[in-house]
Design a protein around this ligand. Sequence first.
Ligand SMILES: NC(=O)c1ccc[n+]([C@@H]2O[C@H](COP(=O)([O-])OP(=O)(O)OC[C@H]3O[C@@H](n4cnc5c(N)ncnc54)[C@H](OP(=O)(O)O)[C@@H]3O)[C@@H](O)[C@H]2O)c1
Length: 331
Amino acid sequence: MVSYKEIQASNALINDATAPHVAVFVGGTSGIGKFTVRALVSTGASVRIYLVGRKSSEERTHAFIQELYAINPKAEVIWTEGEVSLLAETKRVCQVIKSKESRVDLLFLTAGYAPFGTRRETAEGLEIAQSLEYYSRILFVLHLLPLLRVAEAPKVVSVLAGGLERATIELDDLDLKKPGNFGGFKAQVQYAAMNTTTLEKLANENPDVTFIHSWPGAVNTGNVRRGRDPNSIVAWLVWLTLEPLIGLFGFSEEECGQRHLFQSTSAAFGGRGVPWKGKFGVNSLEKEADGLFLVNNKCDCTPNAKVMGLLREQAQVKIWDHTQEVLRPYL
Ligand SMILES: NC(=O)c1ccc[n+]([C@@H]2O[C@H](COP(=O)([O-])OP(=O)(O)OC[C@H]3O[C@@H](n4cnc5c(N)ncnc54)[C@H](OP(=O)(O)O)[C@@H]3O)[C@@H](O)[C@H]2O)c1
């Protein structure tokens, strides 16, 4: 475990020279993304942040941006409206960012929720949570890779379930469309494996960019309530039982933000970034090198070797081929 003290010490080294100068947060309007934006801005460093979010969150996000300016007048926060569950919108948002920037130092991806409830699809025919947690995230990476590659210590951080992959995924129905194939737990397993295998492939092909798939542990963001009918019995049970437990045993907003800022900036993962004197993390191939890092809530690397071996052998190519088919119209 990387102690909270070590994390705070590392984050205290973030300044104008070491900060990610241009950062794109997709999901920074709530929860873990928002806590990490606040932690980054609180370093006092000069940063430009693209805060991507949907129209319905615009008003409250403007209040958050005012809070950020009060914390750090050197920060520039650019509200970038987009309904990123739609791939056409994701492409449009990427084009906006590409028209303004020649480099991106940090791409931080948190949009999504566990889809416990009935299957709901976007107008493009994708299950909403799968689009948010997988397809849209990979599309952001593919569009912004040329800008990431030219940065000094570029990082892509996808927050979902790194290290918790299982080999039991639906290989012949990757989008869980067949009758009876969809379910909240099954979807989480499926989307986690799809994230890891594709991020690993992209990491191997782009050794100049550090990739992290993070599992944040329990953080009381209200995320467990999303994707359900708020008036259902299950939603009430979650509110009455699960949420207080997460509130009691989960990470505080502050520690969650600091831990994810550490992952986003420290050389502990891949050797680039804020200097690190502790033990270096190992990538998903169990090497102290570049690549994809599966990082848990304690900021330890959890390569999940046995399962990853199986996924690499049986699933990686299939997932990538299918992903290309889905994303092709939006590249
Ligand atoms: N919190 C945890 O304990 C935990 C544990 C393990 C994994 N995770 C996963 O980690 C990721 C981040 O978690 P979090 O707790 O930070 O999540 P969160 O606060 O519930 O939401 C993260 C972001 O997703 C966006 N979002 C949700 N539904 C959307 C929709 N239908 N269309 C567009 N955007 C939507 C939210 O936008 P708005 O602000 O506009 O609502 C927000 O910016 C999620 O994928 C979550 O499943 C979380």
